[in-house]
Write a protein that binds this ligand. Structure first.
Ligand code: SPV
Ligand code: MG
Length: 435
């Protein structure tokens, strides 16, 4: 056995610049260097969706001077590579001493201590040129052809994805950027839901398909201009089949990933009114016809038409819901959304179980507004692929604004509201920086 020391470092980037090359050069100087290339799923979760696949990034890493071996790294943590390779050194930039990677570093130190390995950290220097490169790579993700297929990709790689509602550019940015750190990983929403309820409410209109398609498109575009995550549009009933085919083409062209249409006809009211509102469900035959026509209009295999079943909302029973689900899949629906307004999730659970017993591949979507106690892991266990938080930003934003307005009225000045409820002017001025 040669006495050469062994070195390990992880790479998550798809934009290799001089800074990375410098660390690789130093790492290779310590001994035989193995690079762990983080999988697409890991990179997407902690940073952004990679522009190059893990396989391509592995090939690039293999070609870099100083790199002796390349392995695939399935987790941001170092447990797997360190237990297998037991390298003498792990190399990293010192930026991970703070921030979301701090626990990853601590775990790495513990693992190294188990067998006497050593952590070597190099100073991380901020370079505006590298920041610009990263920003340019990120902006690529908003290009329609790159954004559209990412919903399917995320569903296939993660099994379960989550979407937050967005109703304008600002809430789009929240859905895009909100992140929490947890055990050395970052949790973010995977995509955005453009809800008819929120898009109507923000315009001071009721949710009855009164906000027309052009106006809905303005909202979609406004959000798309400032975000990169995939988008699902709430398409209400989809309108007339003859119109729906045009809607589908437009949405697909501009990079929306999926449209969800509900099997109602006539004047649509929000589902959470249930059977109290006078609402009519479409016939299976007619709705299947709408789905197939939409499907035929598609130009890509990426865009999804999701059929939303209102049988439980309109008290038509489980058998009706299931019969519709199988018929809609047969007609070409790429996903099924089952909706319910009950607080208890049991009827949705039953639907998922019976649907999955006969269909293991079609995407299942839930909107747990009423049945909000179920955690995402449970939805995953029950075969659900998409969880949509359909209205939570508008429902939290509106009371906050109302409270501020009342406080100013009561106090006859803004000081109290400013201090209690408002972010500093300085912060709002720089919230959206100039490019
Ligand atoms: C919406 O968000 O507009 C929806 C979901 O359609 S629900 O409000 O629950 O009907
Ligand atoms: Mg809606």
């Amino acid at each position: 056995m040669s006495g050469k020391k062994t070195v390990f470092m992880s790479i998550g980037t798809d934009v290799i610049h001089g800074g990375h090359m410098e660390i690789i050069r130093r790492a290779a100087g310590l001994g035989e260097l193995t690079v762990g290339v983080l999988t697409d799923e890991v990179v997407a979760a902690y940073k952004r969706h990679p522009l190059l696949t893990c396989q391509e990034r592995m090939k690039i890493a293999m070609g870099l001077k100083g790199v002796a071996n390349v392995i695939r790294q399935d987790e941001i943590g170092y447990a797997a590579p360190l237990r297998v390779l037991r390298p003498d050194y792990v190399v990293h930039g010192d930026d991970w001493r703070e921030g979301f990677q701090k626990p990853v570093r601590e775990e790495c130190l513990r693992l190294l201590a188990e067998y006497g390995g050593e952590l070597v950290e190099y100073p991380y220097s901020h370079n505006q040129e590298y920041d610009r490169l990263e920003a340019a790579a990120r902006s690529q993700l908003s290009i329609p052809d790159l954004r559209r297929g990412r919903l399917k990709w995320l569903m296939e790689t993660k099994g379960l994805i989550t979407c937050m509602e967005a109703h304008n550019g600002l809430t789009g940015l929240i859905a895009e950027k909100a992140a929490v750190m947890e055990n050395g990983a970052i949790r973010q929403f995977d995509g955005m839901w453009v809800s008819s309820l929120c898009d109507s409410t923000i315009k001071g209109k009721p949710d009855i398909e009164l906000v027309d398609f052009s106006s809905r498109m303005n909202t979609v575009n406004e959000i798309m201009e400032v975000t990169t995550k995939p988008m699902i549009l709430d398409g209400d009933t989809g309108g007339l089949t003859e119109h729906f085919v045009y809607t589908v083409r437009t949405l697909e062209r501009i990079g929306v990933s999926a449209v969800i249409i509900e099997d109602k006809i006539g004047l649509k009211r929000n589902s959470l009114f249930g059977a109290e509102a006078n609402q009519q469900q479409d016939s299976i035959e007619n709705f299947c016809h709408k789905i197939s026509a939409g499907k035929r209009a598609l130009k890509t295999r990426e865009f999804m038409i999701v059929a939303r079943i209102e049988s439980l909302i309109l008290e038509q029973g489980m058998e009706d819901a299931l019969a519709r689900a199988f018929a809609y899949v047969e007609a070409g629906a790429g996903g099924i959304m089952i909706h319910s307004r009950r607080k208890e999730p049991e009827e949705v659970f039953e639907f998922c179980r019976r649907f999955r017993a006969r269909n293991s591949h079609t995407a299942l979507v839930v909107v747990p507004t009423a049945f909000n106690t179920v955690v995402e892991e449970e939805w995953r266990r029950r075969g659900v692929n998409v969880v949509i938080y359909a209205n939570h930003l508008i429902r939290s934003g509106y009371p906050a604004m109302w409270r501020t307005a009342e406080t100013i009225l009561r106090c006859r000045r803004a000081k109290e509201a400013d201090e209690a409820y408002c972010m500093p002017i300085k912060e709002i001025l720089t919230l959206i920086p100039e490019e």
